[in-house]
Design a protein around this ligand. Sequence first.
Ligand code: DGR
Ligand code: NI
Length: 461
Amino acid sequence: MKRRAGASEKKEAKKQKLLEELGESWLPYLTPRDAEFHQLWKTRYSKLFLRKADKIPQELHHIVQEAFLTLQKHDCFFQDLVRIKGKDFLTPVSRILIGNPGCTYKYLNTRLFTVPWPMEDYEIKYCHPELFAACKALIKLNDYLNVEAVQALQEQNLSETRETENTAVTDREQDISTFIKGSLLEVQSSLYTPRNDCTSLKYRTSYNLTLLNYMDPLQMPYLKQEPYFGMGNMAVSWHHDENLIERSTVAVYNYSCEGSACDKDNEQYVEGRDPADWHVGLKVAWDIKTPGLAIPLHPGDCYFMLDDLNMTHQHCVLAGFEPRFSSTHRVAEVEFEWLRQFWFQGKRYRKCTDWWFEPMAKLEEFWKKMEFMTSLVLCEVGKGERTMEQRNEIISCFLPLLTERQELRKEWTARCQCQLAMSLPEEQKPKCHPLWKDDDPSMPLPYDLEEVIANLQTLLE
Ligand code: DGR
Ligand code: NI
């Protein structure tokens, strides 16, 4: 934990230094208006794959775009109260997570919980039949993007994780062995057959959820300016996507609600990207020599971040003039830290379905058991029936866990009470839960563990 914080501080300092050095000047970036655009894409950004709208079935466009509008009509999109480097921010983009029942996705210290899409063997109640239809459309899109991603990876020969340099057998070595020992061939070919484990391509494109985004730039007049290249208004700043399965593909369906084609006559004489259009911006991480790339996105266009692109490069979303939806399909990692995250998001999950309330109640039961077990351990330690050595061993194991618990409780109490949290409308107001008073007879330990921790520390001395 400590080391990570240190690393992120160093990163931040490096970023600040670069920005200072840049001063008033900007780094170069290319758009389709530049002659070298396609060359740069092919050489330095080849793992960014674009599928234009006209190559995608019209019927799919129809149901997906309808789904976006339905979800918006039912007020299912919410701005998230995220925490970046210890500070609270309300994202300009509103979001909703849809996916496999029981899946979650954590980004910027905020865990979102899926509104389940319909799947066999699950009975899911939706608050409205239109919401069922919307979720069904998104799983259809998911299936389509999965197939397209597999195909794109195969075409780029990225379907297997290549462990070049180190462990894989090189062509030359294989030639030699072909000469010498026929029997070796069998063993080696097995190295190249797809394995059905975490390195195989199926696993890295089997999206378990999609994070949907919505933003109307007119309602967000204070967008951040892109700082390195002068690309203009950003809806999402430069970042790597977090908490994804390594080398998994991210697939994005873009629906910018473009009006009628307006006057773009003078386009070829203007520098930089068209501020009216939405773009995805890309840059190579920690590299200021390679020019950036801004790829315009038109309604229905899809882009894919294949293989390790998300690790080697950063991306951002550049705002256009019109409102825009996107559906970003991912293979999310499974993690912990659910209860406080869930209640922090207020009552928003009631909007679409009641699916999460049962598992959350179950989880709270287990959590309460853990609270009781904690108090039993503390009792044991207090009894003084053990040797000093045994007691100290228990305390040394236990103290760091209690301290972490206390730190997290403090952080979540603060997040729930911050100014921005207070300013949210009632149904979105964070709920700090579980939370109880010292005199609550149903709880064995206080919420604030400061004293408990101090007591243990004195016992150790
Ligand atoms: O085209 C798009 O709408 C792209 C959206 C996008 O880049 N989302 N990224 C994230 O949601 C995100 C941000 C920070 C960490 N992990 C994921
Ligand atoms: Ni992203």
